[in-house]
Design a protein around this ligand. Sequence first.
Ligand SMILES: [Zn+2]
Length: 800
Amino acid sequence: MINKSKAAWLLSLAAMTAATNVFAQQKDYPIQPVAFTSVHVNDNFWEPKMEVNANVTIPYVLEQCKKNGRMDNFLRAAKKLDGDKLSEFPFDDTDVYKAIEGASYSMQNKKNLKLDKYIDTLINIIGAAQESDGYLYTFRTVNAKKPHEWIGSKRWEKEEDLSHELYNAGHLYEAAVAHYQATGKRTLLNIAIKNADLLVNTFGPGKIEEYPGHQIVEIGLSKMYRVTGNKKYLDLAKFFLDVRGPKGDAYNQADKKVIDQHVAEGHAVRAAYMYTGMADIAALTGNAKYLAAIDDIWTDVVTKKLYITGGIGATGNGEAFGDDYQLPNMSAYAETCAAIGNVYWNNRMFLLHGDSKYIDVLERTLYNGLLSGVSLSGDRFFYPNPLASMFQHQRSAWISCACCISNMTRFLPSLPGYVYAKNQNDLYVNLYMSNTSEVKLAAGNVNITQTTDYPWKGNINIVVNPAKATAFTLRLRIPGWAKDQPVPGDLYTYLDKNQKPATILVNGKATTYSTEKGYAIIKRTWKKGDKVTLDLPMETEKVLANNNIKDDRGRFAFQRGPVVYCLEGPDNRDSLVQNIMVDKNAIAAANYQANLLNGVDVISADGKSTKRQLNSDALIETDQQVKAIPYYAWANRGPSEMTVWIPYEASAARPKPAPTIASTSKVTSSVKNKRMYNAIKDQYEPADSKDTNYPYLHWWPAHNTSEFVQYDFDAAHTVSESKVYWYDDGPWGGCRIPASYKVLYLKDGQWVPVKNTTPYAISKDAFNVVSFEPVTTTALKLEVQLPVDNSTGIHEWEVK
Ligand SMILES: [Zn+2]
């Protein structure tokens, strides 16, 4: 039931939403989202997360922006603070904009006068930092004696490269529009308009003809167009896309004209923002060529380049999309910003096509590879979101390149804007979460409420309250995961394809329904209090990956509803999970545990742990119970082992190391980060020297120095052979095989070189074996001379 004050609140929102749509465009998305201002989420799963965002993340990020010099950048540009010290990156202004954007959505969800006032103060400072002609970019305006090398000597000079002047502008516009829509205040919007007008006067045919080095201004300008009705912003957004390519780099999607791009390539965040911008402009202008390009790119991503978690951008090398089916787990990059970009893009694709498959990808990303970006506490963050770990990954309190942190801050409170959409008298229900909303259809206003325990339960109750009896069509999304199709295409499939169909009751009576583009269609004259009950088959599924993904062969992943699971150390024996195997046919049970990780379903199954032994290739197997938790909730209990993909074949398992001289030794090294030490004795042989999918030890960025690793044995042993597998990520990375190395042993407290009987060969992609006259000792040391211009690393060091 909705009380009087809430009704008044919703009414005022409806009025405000109407006010912001004063300038009705001729063209836009055929389907329109129901704005975040009209949807009030009161969900068991999401509301607490949005509360943590409001109460912890937003104040925390604002504080960190202050601590890390971002507010001072604006104060110095505004001449309110002396000196010319700037923070680290020319795009640091955007963290403040994104925090304001998040705060705006958040204040809409729940009033916060103190925050409102603080944001007003910030906007004042931002306004003062703006130059008189509208230019706003603190890194230039501060006029530092030693300017940042990315910014160029003149405005826009290095825009196509790394200055990020237009990237800053794009985030400014997004923040300004959100702030205006949430508060009705024009303060930030006026700053944005002044800046956008400068861009319109500066860029375009016959003016500066350059493309943005990091896309997002296209999205921002489309939003500015919608809010102001000023078409020159839309024209400029389109210009910024059309001027792109073909003479630039694939890295930022500038090696081809945008309409000639048909596969995803390059930096994943830049790409996702560009595809989103192309969708916006396709909708606003009816440009069919943009649409054809992003349709093809979408198919390329979902059939070849999408992690089961919805993450995109497989490789840290250029923060980029990898090759087809290149989806490594431990080294997965899957940047949080790219996941957020993937949500933006898929939402737009849905608004263009009205097909639920796009929301399937959006939902998968949202509950998994996006949500993993922030800790349950709200103040620790992942930049990459790996799918496997051996203690080397942890969320950070702050990252000097804070893009993912501020992006998470702004995304979470905007979630209510993704629940519903409408087209004339079609009302789309896309996401399932408890909420109360007001939707304006052509036929009249409809109040709609959802009550559910999604994603733990598949039962969803929807009450429809039209102002008066009204004919319209309710389109309920039947998720792909409930129809034996975890993702569109054949990248991932269920092991068992025997799901019960979704059932729908209307006012308690079973209803047969037709489906169209993945939606169950219920067309009728609705009256106050009509009740729809949707039951989705919430079962524990085992997901298999396409055989072309080599890293997932012989493995499966658990999934329940939209939630992907992982095994994490704290829930499993010896805190280890890489050595676990679970039979394909093992029966899995799910139980809700209210006190674990803020309340999660835990999946249990019988499995085995595997262990290597000496002098035999056979593994020692021990039965054990295996527990899986939702992937998004991992890494909230300290560093640990984790894996999403669980071996069902011994060949895929990574057994616990056998007790060799190396594996029982204590490692010391000139490398300071002790978390790398275990890597050299974990008995995982890499595919080649540049393989980053297993942990390795490295000395980067040191070069031209003498370094060491040392094994202190558990007792005296007689040894006569050393085998080293070097880490070398050339030609792009900073590590190469060493200039030279030698083996020393401890004799009467002194380090003595061994007398080698074979040469010290140094090569890539193989073990480098050196034999020496037997010595009996308690410690062995590898002395490594780094190359003059590069560093070196070690995958594995065995001794015998
Ligand atoms: Zn990021």
